[in-house]
Design a protein. Structure first.
Length: 367
């Protein structure tokens, strides 16, 4: 029996409100270009101009411009303008921006120093590897424990597929998926969900600016079924398509080898973005019992833009609505069994044992 790594919220305590924070770490994974700028480059930066471009870019590409006319957003916008008028270094701008947006009215807004252009970065994302360890499989007797720490990276996708191969080979009695430390990412959500389905499932829709410009309501099932499911599962293609299409239909199809046994998904208040999509899809498809805390409620699609002065602004270009649960942003995914995240794993094991005991009793009594 292999010991499952215990949940440690201390590892997550310095995470801000904005998620898809994997984008913030990409600079560490992709070699940076060497800058030969002079030592006084920061002193020459027009920070009020940088902030003006930030606010203009948000208004140009945000999924729902009406949200930018609310008192909550206008206060943020004014605070950012004041920040731009007061700072004298890049670091002060970035740190101040992060503190302001930690209390922002929506998630997925971040500012970082650019190592390459947003287009160059997008070209590399689909082939990016995080170095392994995005998903690990351990065992508690015949119970498989799949810990998924990020939804980013080709190697994470490969680790999830390999885990399902091992689960099928060993004929696991149950599966526990640990998403308590998963802040999101990209399309590793696809294999994580697909191996657990027996038939195609519509999970939800991303809603972008064209929809919100033409409608005063959220899409319904009829709207969803009027468009084909989005295919490709490429980050770069998704960013392009989701801004053009009023709605983007997110569907999952079964993958082999499938697992049809009991599934338990562990969540915490740090479970965010694409990890919330996975938890909600499995709950909505009635393929998993969610155990733990309500998730972060930070479920938007984020894209990165170049800002003069050598910055990247990431902002939300699409909102997400679950077919069953509705809007996840600001609400999160509620657990079926509410518990402290630190206790969720033990509760899941108890659920496995209880279910197995009931199954054996039914077999004995012939029910």
């Amino acid at each position: 029996m292999h010991n499952h790594q215990r949940y440690n919220p201390a590892r997550l305590s310095n995470r801000g409100k904005s998620t898809w924070f994997f984008l913030l770490a990409i600079a560490a994974l992709i070699p940076a270009k060497v800058s030969h700028a002079g030592e006084n480059a920061e002193q020459q930066t027009d920070y009020p101009g940088v902030v003006a471009t930030i606010n203009t870019t948000l208004r140009a590409y945000h999924y729902d411009p009406a949200e930018l006319d609310t008192p909550e957003y206008l206060r943020i916008e004014q605070a950012v303008e004041a920040l731009g008028a007061s700072v004298t270094t890049d670091q002060a701008l970035i740190e101040g921006f992060g503190k302001i947006w930690k209390e922002g009215p929506f998630s997925h807004v971040t500012l970082n120093k650019a190592q390459q252009s947003a287009r160059e970065l997008a070209d590399q994302l689909d082939a990016m590897r995080i170095g392994g360890g995005g998903a690990t499989l351990t065992w508690q007797d015949d119970v498989a424990v799949l810990t998924v720490r990020t939804m980013m990276g080709l190697d994470t996708i490969e680790e999830i597929d390999a885990a399902y191969d091992a689960i099928a080979e060993r004929n696991a009695a149950a599966l526990i998926i640990d998403l308590r430390e998963n802040g999101g990412g990209a399309f590793a959500v696809l294999p994580l969900v697909s191996h657990l389905l027996a038939e195609p499932f519509d999970a939800g829709v991303f809603v972008s600016q064209p929809w919100n410009a033409a409608h005063a309501r959220r899409p319904n099932l009829s709207d969803l079924r009027s468009v084909d499911p989005w295919e490709g599962w490429s980050i770069k293609a998704f960013w392009a398509d989701v801004q053009v299409n009023p709605i983007t239909r997110i569907s999952f199809s079964p993958s082999e080898p499938g697992f049809d046994g009991p599934v338990y998904v562990l969540t915490s208040k740090w479970t965010a973005s694409a990890a919330e999509l996975a938890a909600d899809a499995l709950k909505s498809a009635q393929r998993a019992t969610i155990i733990g805390e309500n998730t972060a409620g930070e479920m938007l699609s984020q894209k990165m833009y170049d800002i003069p002065g050598g910055f990247h602004l990431s902002l939300p270009i699409a909102d997400y609505y679950s077919v069953v649960s509705g809007r996840i942003e600001g609400a999160g995914v509620s657990p079926d069994i509410e518990a402290d995240a630190a206790d969720a794993f033990d509760i899941a094991l108890q659920q496995v044992q209880t279910s197995e005991g009931e199954r054996q009793r039914e077999a004995t009594t012939g029910r």
